[in-house]
Each structure stands twice: as structure tokens, then as C-alpha cells.
Design a protein around this ligand. Structure first.
Ligand code: MTE
Length: 323
């Protein structure tokens, strides 16, 4: 990609369509977010007083979930409190280490997931849905577009199993995921008209063996700051594809728009496959660092190390163009 900063597509139309005060605040938000992307805070707290940490109120996983040993790591697991206290969840704040205290307000029970464009369309109670579908634990690498990375044990439903259960028609070529918009509990969304956050996958990506609809982490139910009660995990793509707190899943025929692609299409593509050779317009993707230490640097792996499972999905595609 060229190393120039092109004005994103929202620049003119939104300036015309949005009251100036909101427009200016949104520009400030995107500018601050862009700054946060380059200089992520590394001051993760690791020791918390008893009863006060980011994992204290999360529940140990209630049902027995078996680890699928097929997915092995090439690096140590990230410490649980680090993964639960260094977060991207912009509906709360763009300050990574301030997400977890703010997220504790979120009500995650009861929770409904609406399905559209498939035989099982309609509103589903999540607790009932989880009884109908199998869950397992997998150790995955996770790579953020900002260059930080972690390695964590996720618990979740293989998305492939979910799709089989949902029974979409053959005409469904994509999936669209929409996440929670609840201003009363999410202090970061009050003035930002671009929320809710939404994402998409091609149907053959969604039915690859890797993606999970994750409901837990480190043997616990999903902490709120990590996307409770249910989020996507797509380990060969940059972390922004792995949207949190999903409320609606639709099967659609056309490629859906995505939150970050609409906000800054020259920086965040629909595909977002981890690729050391395709630089972000403002920084290299050749290396990554493991939270919480910028000292632990590694070479970025193509498809985040999952080429064996996913390279075939992109045969013949120009990955610089479809970034
Ligand atoms: N989902 C929602 N709804 N809102 C967000 O801001 N941030 C994304 C993704 N999912 C985000 C989201 C980004 S940029 C990343 S890197 C991951 O969540 C971070 O997940 P984690 O906090 O569990 O590490």
C-alpha cells in the first residue's frame, strides 16, 4: 500500500450531513484513536488488591469444556490479567487500560442474538442457544492491527458448527455481525453516530475450521471487557475483525460494509488478513510485540501462522489489493 495518508471516504459527506459539534467531536475521536493505534499504552497493571482486579468478578466456566489439542502455540500464553486489562473496546473508551473498570457496568444477562437470512431466523435466547451447540477450548495467537499480540485460550462454538445449525440458503455468500449499542452502559458511544460496531466475513471464511463464537477465556466466562457474552475470534485476521458483544448475525448475498472500512477505508480493508508484507499506511506490519512488553518482539507470521488452514481461501487473489 502507498505510504500516504488519503482522506478517508467519510471526510466530506459526513461534514455535510452531521451537525458541526458532533462532526468535530467525531473527528477528534478518530484522531485520538489513530494516535492510540500508534502509541498503545504499555502500562498494564498486573497486581490488583483482592476483589478489585479485572478477573475477580468473572465466573469460572460453569460447564466442562474440553481443550482441542490440535491448535498448538509457538509462544507462551499471555498472563490472564494482562489479556483482561489491556483491551480495545471503543464503545467504552479508547484508553486500553481503562476499558475493564468501565465495562463492569455492562448487563450481559439475559442476552438475545437475532438471526436473519437463515432457517433459524428470529431472536434467540443465548443461554438456550449455548445448550444446543458444542463448545471447546482452543489456544490461538491473536494479532491486533496496531502490532501488539497475545496468545490466549478461548472457549467457544466453532462458527462452522453454528452456520450448519443456522441453515442459511445457498445464496448466502457472506455473514454480517452487529454488536451491542447501549449508550446508558457504554460511555464511549453517546455521541458517536457510527456505532454500533459491525463486521463481516465471506461464508467460506466463516465455515473454515478456525473461527469461534467465543464465550470464554482462560477457563472463565468471557470478561465484559473482552466482549461478553459472545464475540467473534478469527485468528488469522487482525483483531478488529473479532467483534465483541454480538447481538445480530445475518446471512447476506453481498459483501457487507464494516465499521473500520467505512471509517477509514484506505487503512482497514474488508479482508484484514495478518500479512507481514502489506504495511499499514502509517506503520510496518513486519513485526509484532507481545503484551505487556514492547521488548518481546517477534516477526509477524503470514496469516498469523494459520496459512495451512486458510491460505487456500485466497488462492489467486492479490492480497495487496484485497488487504
Ligand atoms: N468489538 C467491538 N464491539 N468494539 C471494539 O472497539 N475492538 C476490536 C475487537 N473487537 C472492538 C471490538 C479490536 S481493534 C481488537 S484488537 C480486539 O477487539 C481486542 O480484543 P481484546 O480486548 O479481547 O484483546
Amino acid at each position: 500500500m502507498p505510504n500516504i495518508h488519503i482522506r478517508p471516504p467519510w471526510f466530506l459527506p459526513e461534514a455535510e450531513a452531521t451537525p458541526e459539534s458532533i462532526y468535530l467531536r467525531r473527528r477528534a475521536f478518530l484522531a485520538a484513536a489513530a494516535g492510540a493505534l500508534i502509541f498503545p499504552s504499555i502500562g498494564c497493571a498486573q497486581d490488583f488488591p483482592a476483589g478489585k482486579g479485572p478477573l475477580d468478578k468473572t465466573v469460572k466456566y460453569p460447564t466442562k469444556v474440553v481443550r482441542n489439542g490440535k491448535y498448538k502455540l509457538d509462544r507462551p500464553l499471555t498472563k490472564d490479567v494482562i489479556a483482561a486489562s489491556f483491551n480495545n473496546y471503543y464503545e467504552f473508551t479508547i484508553n486500553k487500560t481503562a476499558v475493564w473498570p468501565l465495562a463492569q457496568k455492562l448487563t450481559t444477562e439475559p442476552w438475545t442474538v437475532e438471526l436473519a437470512g437463515c432457517k433459524k431466523k428470529g431472536k434467540h435466547d443465548l443461554a438456550k442457544l449455548l445448550k444446543a451447540l458444542p463448545q471447546e477450548e482452543r489456544l490461538y495467537r491473536f494479532r491486533c492491527v496496531e502490532t501488539w499480540a497475545m496468545a490466549v485460550p478461548w472457549i467457544g462454538i466453532p462458527l462452522k458448527k453454528f452456520v450448519e445449525w443456522a441453515e442459511p440458503p445457498a445464496s448466502a455468500k457472506y455473514m454480517r455481525f452487529e454488536t451491542l449499542f447501549r449508550p446508558k452502559e457504554m460511555p464511549g458511544v453517546d455521541f458517536r453516530a457510527s456505532f454500533p460496531y459491525y463486521e463481516g466475513l465471506r461464508i467460506d471464511e466463516a465455515t473454515n475450521e478456525l473461527p469461534l463464537l467465543a464465550t470464554g477465556i482462560y477457563g472463565r466466562t468471557m470478561p465484559k471487557q473482552n466482549g461478553a457474552p459472545i464475540r467473534l475470534i478469527v485468528p488469522w485476521k487482525y483483531g478488529f475483525k473479532s467483534c465483541k458483544s454480538i447481538v445480530k448475525i445475518s446471512f447476506v448475498e453481498k459483501q457487507p460494509a464494516t465499521f473500520w472500512n467505512v471509517a477509514a477505508g484506505n487503512e482497514y480493508g474488508f479482508y484484514a488478513n495478518v500479512n507481514p508484507e502489506v504495511a499499514h499506511p502509517r506503520w510496518s506490519q513486519a513485526n509484532e510485540w507481545m503484551i505487556p512488553s514492547q521488548m518481546e518482539r517477534r516477526k509477524t507470521l503470514m496469516f498469523n501462522g494459520y496459512g495451512e488452514q486458510v491460505a487456500g481461501l485466497y488462492k489467486g487473489m492479490d492480497l495487496k489489493r484485497y488487504f
